[in-house]
Structure formats: structure tokens, C-alpha cells
Design a protein around this ligand. Structure first.
Ligand code: CAA
Length: 426
């Protein structure tokens, strides 16, 4: 049997097994006219295509509906007052959006990363202060615990987080350790059956609203990054103090605080992984987190674009709707093109993660590009809106302020370029 006939035999076998796939269009090439009956070529199942499944579309629609009915009302007020969207986060938890990718046996929704990207885009179109909670809880806290915590830790901490009963925080940044994440000053001294933790963490998302904190600290200075550990901490631990709330430019509804630890006794049972695994834990977790923030940036950009499109069709200048002016048309064309490219990068990174393939470079590319697109095109959205764009009622000025943080947190654009270039050059 030559390769050609072996291939035909395999295709026929697969075709008869998977009745829904059709080899018809290929039957004349294969010389098998009339022999092949069903609808789609089998090998399309594994071929690249750009269609979302019905399940993906349903998740996307659910997130879109939630954003319109639950997040949109009050979003301007929450931004003004720096008010955390507590009710909305509770509802998102009840709907399964806080543990989207967690296995149902740990209380999660068991969805894939593609679904997560789609949901993040829709929520972020309207309220990036709420979507950052979704991102941190899903990708940094739940994913980190599901993949690296032991069974006892999962039962105790992951299950309530995945069910959305509570949410968590990821504590890596410090006053002197932002991009240079190996320079941890927070110490965790091994005292036998517990660690004594001292130090300060900065700019912690969910700092005052979280119940579970994943804290990175230095145990063995001589060992450098290999002496860093990750711990599960709770705010009821003695010596754990929540510091001041940050008064931020954007995502003002999100809850950002510094945290202070003074002689906090953290049981050894709360260390994640082997001794010295903490830095790798942080890096691996952030690699997935960057897909979440990339999708948030994508949502901010596409939210601004949709508002601009609507405005351009309604607003008149020089005797016609402004969409009829080429200056506006070109802006819209650039926005639509860049946003589509950002979406492709986000979905590609998510797909690679779902296939258990290396997604480090892809997630950094998605975050770098999407956050730059968000910044660039929210500025353009304000420009299209003119004077109205500069006032709060029209939403785009908030989206412009919110966009900026996507170039900074979970690794600045410069850090993403470091990750990408190192991967290219290795
Ligand atoms: N996966 C697994 N291991 C990784 C890794 C990854 N993605 N990246 C690095 N490592 C490992 C390396 O292999 C190396 O281990 P070995 O020595 O055993 O081989 C170790 O980690 C150190 O790596 P580097 O030498 O590359 O470390 P570096 O000091 O040069 O730093 C960096 C690299 C990419 C700049 C990194 O420090 C970094 O990502 N910085 C940014 C930190 C960040 O994203 N902070 C965000 C704060 S969290 C936040 O914002 C959350 C929020 O609330 C929204």
C-alpha cells in the first residue's frame, strides 16, 4: 500500500466514524465520487479556521449582556467616586465568571482560555475596573492555585475563589521591585513549621476586598531568584495590614492598595510548591495573566471604537454626518484594523495555552500590541467625539484613562519587549 492509498483509507475510516464531516468536495480528487456522503471534510476539523463555536458565542453574548445591563448603569458614578463594583463582582461570581477556566471539580466553570478572552473583551468594553477583578482572580489567583497548589490548599482556597464566593489578590510588586521582580525585599524567614513574613507590597489590585492573597517573598537572599517563595496569606493573619488606597488616573473603581506585613506567621502548609519555586510561580502565572490584560486592553479599544462609530453616524458637521468625512473614515478604518489584529493575537495566545503549547511569546505579543492599540485608539476616540469626548458622559475619556494601565501592569510594554526579544534570540 502506497502513502496515497493509506491516506485515503484513513480518511474513509475517519469519515465513517465522524458522520458529521464531509469528504465530498475532495471526492473527485481522491477518485471516490459517490462514495463519500457527509458534509464537511474530516481534515477541516484540524484545519485552521476563524469561527467561534456556539459555546464561545454563548459566553460572549452572556458577557455582553451582563456588561450592558449590570456594568453600564453606574459606571461613570463608580469611576467618579472610586467605588468598587462589589454587587457586580458578586453577580459575576454567581454566573461563573470568576473561575472560568477552573475544573468544575474545584467549583469552576471548566471553560477554555478562548472563552475567557471573549468574556474579558466584552466586560472591558464597558467597565475595566470590574474586568481587572475578573482577570486577576481567573488568571493570577485561580490558575496559579489550580496548577501549583497541593490538594489541601486547593480545597481550602481555590474552591471558594473559583465559585466566586470570594476573590483574591496577587502580591508581587513592591516599592523597589516593579519590573525588576527578582529584587524582592519582602522576607519570609523559615522558622520551622512557619515562615515569618515582613515587608511591603505596592499597587495590589483587590488589596482591601480580597480574602486570599498570593504573596511572593524572599527566603534565601544568597540564592537570588531561586530563594524566592510564594505563600497563600489571608487578611486575618496577625500583622497583616492593608495600607492606603491609591488615588489612580484610571480603573478608579478597582481597589488598589499597599499591604504591610509585620512578623506575620505564615504556616509552612501555605507555601506553594517546593522551597524556592516562588519566582517561577510568579513568572508562569503572569504569562497567562498577560492574556487576560491583553484582552482587557482589546475590550477598552473596541469599546471606544464602537462608541466612536455610533457617534460618527449621528453627529453632523459641515452639513453631513461626520462619518462622511474622510478624516473620520480613516480613523475608523485604522481603529478597526488594529483592533482586529489585537483580537487575533489574543485569541492565538489563548489557543496556544488551550493546546498546552508554549504561549510565552504569544501572550507578551498580545499584551504589548493590544495595550498600545488601546492607548492609541482611545485617544483617537476622544478626538472623534471632539468636545463631547472630553466630558465624562460620553465614556471615551474614561476608556482613555483606563487604557494607560494596560501598558503598565502585569509587565510594562518594555518588559513585554524583553520577553519577546529574548524568546526570538534564544
Ligand atoms: N516561566 C517560567 N520561568 C521563567 C519565566 C516564565 N515565563 N520567565 C523567567 N523564568 C525563570 C527563568 O528561567 C530563570 O530561571 P533559571 O535561572 O532557573 O533558569 C528565572 O525565572 C529568572 O529569569 P530571568 O533571568 O529572565 O529574570 P530577570 O530578572 O531577567 O527578569 C523579567 C525577567 C521578564 C523582566 C521579569 O522580572 C518580569 O516579568 N518582570 C515584570 C514583573 C511583572 O509583570 N510585574 C507585574 C506585577 S503583578 C500585577 O500587576 C498584578 C495586578 O495586580 C494587576
Amino acid at each position: 500500500m502506497n502513502i496515497y492509498s493509506a491516506l485515503i483509507s484513513i480518511l474513509i475510516l475517519l469519515n465513517s466514524y465522524f458522520k458529521t464531516y464531509d469528504l465530498k468536495p475532495f471526492s473527485h480528487i481522491l477518485g471516490l465520487e459517490g462514495f463519500i456522503k457527509t458534509k464537511k471534510p474530516y481534515f477541516c476539523a484540524n484545519m485552521m479556521h476563524f469561527e467561534l463555536s456556539e459555546e464561545h458565542l454563548a459566553v460572549q453574548q452572556a458577557a455582553r449582556d451582563f456588561a450592558q445591563t449590570e456594568l453600564l448603569p453606574g459606571v461613570i458614578e463608580r469611576d467618579n467616586k472610586q467605588e468598587f463594583p462589589a454587587e457586580q463582582i458578586k453577580k459575576l461570581g454567581e454566573l461563573g465568571f470568576l473561575g472560568m477556566m477552573v475544573d468544575p471539580k474545584y467549583g469552576g466553570s471548566g471553560m477554555d482560555t478562548i472563552s475567557y478572552v471573549l468574556a474579558m473583551e466584552e466586560l472591558s468594553k464597558v467597565d475595566a475596573s470590574a474586568s481587572v477583578v475578573v482577570s486577576v482572580n481567573n488568571s493570577l489567583v485561580c490558575w496559579g492555585l489550580e496548577n501549583f497548589a497541593n490538594e489541601e490548599q486547593k480545597q481550602k482556597y481555590l474552591v471558594p475563589l473559583a465559585k466566586g464566593l470570594v476573590h483574591g489578590a496577587f502580591c508581587l510588586s513592591e516599592p523597589e521591585a516593579g519590573s525588576d521582580a527578582t529584587s524582592q525585599r519582602t522576607t519570609a524567614v523559615d522558622m520551622g513549621d512557619y515562615y515569618l513574613v515582613n515587608g511591603t507590597k505596592n499597587w495590589i489590585t483587590n488589596g482591601n476586598t480580597a480574602s486570599t492573597y498570593l504573596v511572593i517573598a524572599q527566603t534565601n537572599v544568597e540564592a537570588g531568584h531561586r530563594g524566592i517563595n510564594a505563600f497563600i496569606m489571608t487578611r486575618d493573619m496577625e500583622g497583616f495590614v492593608v495600607g492606603k488606597k491609591e488615588d489612580k488616573m484610571g480603573i478608579r473603581g478597582s481597589d488598589t492598595h499597599s499591604l504591610m506585613f509585620t512578623d506575620v506567621k505564615v504556616p509552612k502548609a501555605n507555601r506553594i510548591g517546593e522551597d524556592g519555586f516562588g519566582f517561577k510561580f510568579a513568572m508562569k502565572t503572569l504569562t497567562g495573566g498577560r492574556i487576560g490584560i491583553a484582552s482587557q486592553a482589546l475590550g477598552i479599544a473596541s469599546g471606544a471604537y464602537e462608541l466612536s462609530l455610533k457617534y460618527a453616524k449621528e453627529r453632523k458637521a459641515f452639513g453631513t454626518e461626520i462619518m462622511n468625512h474622510q478624516a473620520i473614515q480613516f480613523k475608523l478604518a485604522d481603529m478597526a484594523t488594529d483592533i482586529e489584529a489585537a483580537r487575533m493575537l489574543c485569541l492565538k495566545a489563548a489557543w496556544l495555552k488551550d493546546q498546552h503549547l508554549d504561549y510565552g511569546r504569544a501572550s507578551s505579543m498580545a499584551k504589548l500590541f493590544s495595550s498600545e492599540v488601546a492607548m492609541k485608539h482611545t485617544v483617537e476616540a476622544v478626538q472623534i467625539h471632539g468636545g463631547y469626548g472630553y466630558v465624562k458622559e460620553y465614556h471615551v475619556e474614561r476608556l482613555m484613562r483606563d487604557a494607560k494601565i494596560t501598558q503598565i501592569y502585569e509587565g510594562t510594554s518594555e518588559v513585554q519587549r524583553v520577553v519577546i526579544s529574548r524568546d526570538i534570540l534564544k
